[in-house]
Design a protein around this ligand. Sequence first.
Ligand code: ZN
Ligand code: ZN
Ligand code: FE
Length: 762
Amino acid sequence: MSPRRAAIEIHGAVQGVGFRPFVYRLATEIGLTGWVLNDVNGVFVEVEGDVEDVQRFVARLEAEVPPVAHIDTLSVEWLEPGGFDEFEIRHSDGSGAKTAIILPDLATCAECLTDVENRTDRRHRYPFTNCTNCGPRFSIIRELPYDRPNTTMSSFTMCRSCRDEYDDPSNRRFHAQPNACQDCGPAVTHLDGAGNETTGDGAIEATVGDLIAGRIVALKGLGGYQLLADATNATAVGTLRERKHRPAKPFAVMVQDLDELDRVVDGTGAEHLLTGPSAPIVLLPERSTSGLAEGVSPPTSTIGVMLPTTPLHRLIAAGAARPLVATSGNLTDEPIAIDDTDAIERLEEIADSFLVHDRPIERHIDDSVTWVVDGAPQLVRRSRGYAPMPIASSTTLPTILATGAHLKNTVALSVGSNVFISQHIGDLETPRAEAAFAQVIDDLTRMYEATPSMVAHDAHPDYVSTRYAMDRSRFDDVPRVAVQHHHAHLASCLADNGTDEPALGITWDGTGWGLDGSIWGGEFLLGDASSFERVAHLRPFLLPGGEAAVREPRRSAAAVLREAGLDIDPALPGLASFASSELGILDQMMAKQVNSPTTTSAGRLFDAVSAMLGLVEVSTFEGHAAMALEHVADTLEDGSYAIPITRSDEAWVVDWAPLIRSIVDDLAVSVTPGRIAGKFHNALVGAIVGVAERVEHPRVALTGGCFQNRLLTERAASRLRSSGFDVLMHRSVPPNDGGISLGQVMVAAARHDTPGEASTPA
Ligand code: ZN
Ligand code: ZN
Ligand code: FE
């Protein structure tokens, strides 16, 4: 039988995952000759041998891919024999359009952890141990292709032993780009408050000593600086809150292993998420035996927990042998620090000591946050372990840059049929955050050498992200598309579910610029990426003080009480903390419609009820009041409030005013906040199902920040399903504004396809 040659092209997550060694081992095992090459577009293989052997090779290539790799497409072309003598790994070709997928940072694998813990291994207690199955990727890559000289490891020259591993195709560290050891790799240094430096293992011991003594340590982690503190020490946690200016927003906790995790939270159903290569923070119910200080998560008993993601984290967590607060190294609302000088300047007022190292961080990447909802994981913050993995579209898209919304900002870039969503950037509230936003856009477009032919942005005229898009559109002379905020939520949810069929989007959140100039947020939009119809919304009300009302749920309480026909006075629930003169002014503002925009925001309705129950009258972070309301809700409560659905000229209107009057009545007869909150959630679920039944569209999508509420989301999903609807939920991108950039890309692409049919004119 004459030999045949096959040229194989593979695309997907195939770089930096041990794919070439895998191909090499497979080819040599089967006895084929040829070569494998990793370039900016993917992996290319040519193999030569008997036809059956080559076919067997292709079949096993697909069947036995390394654990963290993922093949999107694989094509085979048969060619005349090339006369190869052996199978070789060829060097990367740095030319061509850049479409290869950059892998996210991967948590330390079990084998590397074993090496670190093995006293006789040469990497015993070495904090930067990694292999082709684990370790840093996105946080160290400077440009494609993913090869050591293109990473922040370029300044470290491998020692003889590391080099031998790197060159040995049978070794787990064959072509592991960040391969390193104590002799040749990065090293840690501990800096105490008095300016003393300790390096090596002593630095880790000093860090552990600090944490046990209740001190706050700034740790240079994988994708940025983190602040660590003993989570069982109320004083340490309180001090961290005070210095970080973060009074109530829950802190994430790092535990050393699954045993410690099990003492702190109930991790049932989340084990695979926690221990997988992405190793995100998972929001889980706290156990009564957790031992955590009260201040870790004041408004709720849900704790964000993660396992150590690098050997450095593992050594610290195991040394401290207690749960540790692990929060981003920043002042609240600022992006996480990555540069050493900048970090020390910004964090020296917060941290008592520092644990730093000499491997530069190329870009900031926060820890990702997930939860298990309605039986499956959903991302709440998409960053380390996920970014910049793309969301695949069913069609080829124009090259579109989407600048996202204002809070929880991410940006997105479409290249071919992939939408690359950036890591979490955060709230664009400070000059630092704005700089990080512009930097991420430069980084993403440079990395993929993409020249956007269109810019998509939120319809809000004053967002930083909108102004950036306007400037960019002008300078680059490319069209821009303003995408209505809730339309972007809907399009994002459809793309997240891999569909372009229309759905009824229940798009509920705090704030989004409406087509009529009012503040939307309790919307029912029927449509797809190309267009939508606003088929229903919450009853509108006036928001006294606009932005001020976002910070003060008691203002929303005053607004809904007034809208429900009650005279607002301090005797009404939720208004006691106002001076009567202040209430008079608010009343006047609303009566005269001064600085009191109209809103249909579901988020503000949650705020209002939370304040009425005396839970959160002044909030300190987005979602604070709603989180507290969900937390007190009695989940066994099956009663509800009447919430009529009326018909206006254009749409159905969910009239919550009678519900507000009923809550006032319930409070007057001392019905518990738990029962009231339970009935409130049930009423909203009833309204969602009621509107869906009137609209009669078979598919319903739940999207927007309000669907980070378990009670609302799971009850709405189950009642919709039992009424015969298909329910779509976010999984790979957040339901909150972190998912907006993806939706903007999809809406702009649809507009590109059907000129003149845009639902949201620029
Ligand atoms: Zn490993
Ligand atoms: Zn070495
Ligand atoms: Fe939103």
